[in-house]
Design a protein around this ligand. Sequence first.
Ligand SMILES: Cc1ncc(COP(=O)(O)O)c(C=O)c1O
Ligand SMILES: N[C@@H](CCCC[NH3+])C(=O)O
Length: 415
Amino acid sequence: MDFFSYRQQALFAEDVAASSIAADYGTPCYVYSRAALEQHWQAFDRAFGAHPHLICYAVKANSNIALLNLLARLGSGFDIVSLGEMQRVLAAGGRPGDIVFSGVGKREDEILAALKAGIRCFNVEVSGELDRINELAGQVGVLAPVSFRVNPDVDAKTHPYISTGLKENKFGIDIDSAIHEYRRAAAMPNIKVVGIDCHIGSQLTGLNPFLDALDRVLAVVDLLAAEGIKLQHLDLGGGLGIRYRDEFPPSPEEYVAALLQRLGGRDFEILLEPGRAIVGNAGILLTKVEYLKPTANKNFAIVDAAMNDLLRPALYSAWQDIVPAELADSGQELEWDIVGPVCETGDFLGKGRLLKLAPGDLLAVRSAGAYGFSMSSNYNSRPRAAEVIVDGNSCHLVRERETVQQLWAGERLLP
Ligand SMILES: Cc1ncc(COP(=O)(O)O)c(C=O)c1O
Ligand SMILES: N[C@@H](CCCC[NH3+])C(=O)O
């Protein structure tokens, strides 16, 4: 299979047939490439050269433990947004000191657990969170490392549901109030101010919004320095886009070079939180055609994957490439709507795709490594798909397909 390529250009030498994966693990099945995953992470890491940096992979994009473990082995840090994600990272061998904790609504138990684990820092998103962390750190008897996520009011020019850096979005602290919050933090007994952070959105395909945000963050950093509040790191979040269709986002090398240039001589450690750009094009969703249903108006190909497995097309009208997973030359080329078995009209993986199809054919939905399995659900009581990692010419099951019994574990009848 050659579906795992950075920006869908380079090819990888994976040598495992889709039909053998389907026979061994069933479909639908998420298939990830170790080589692609590692190459994408290393592209960010190497782009910094000698400049101090830490690539904190955004766990929400794909939280499979084997995948997190491969990144931990490379030396990755991790950006988490919940206790569940922290526990996954620790189970995968991630170092607590390389974890940054983002998220708009951190609960007390989550903050306590992160303080006890000794994470690298909290990205504080709301004023009350600072007070809560200070109080809990006092109870535990530690100094809590804190960075503020500022909202720079920059238009990321992406889908409105995944744009996070505008004043009207719920994320981060208004950049104009940031100085006030830093002053408060600097005066608190159990807080250590270590950094500044922003994240303006996801699937950004141009450099300018990132650079505008950086300029605004740097203006705050300079004001803080003038007051004697010196920061150790600057975290620019994630958001670098990938090629799904005809987008040409900057490469990690271009992106990092532009950031470093904009930093001038400032020698802060830079943190990034990329998710999609590392794992998006390192994964596909393998699915089988169950039935063909040509009608007077449309041709439907009903496959065994559905919106519960891959929500992006239904949620954002996202376009993901769908290609035959093996060279099958059956039938006539027609336009097909590729739909799942779920009882929703929005349950489609792609519309109007020109394909030659026959029942039993295997299809690959490309660019499915990010926000694929991690956003999957059990809607319609469908067990979640298996996940496998292809490593050279071997294939490893890294998460079994759920059983139907697992779906109702914990449910109870009334007495
Ligand atoms: C705080 C934060 N960091 C990092 C990411 C990762 O974003 P992406 O997958 O677009 O790189 C997100 C998601 O948008 C996020 O909310
Ligand atoms: N889930 C989104 C990205 C959200 C990013 C999280 N802040 C997607 O599939 O594109």
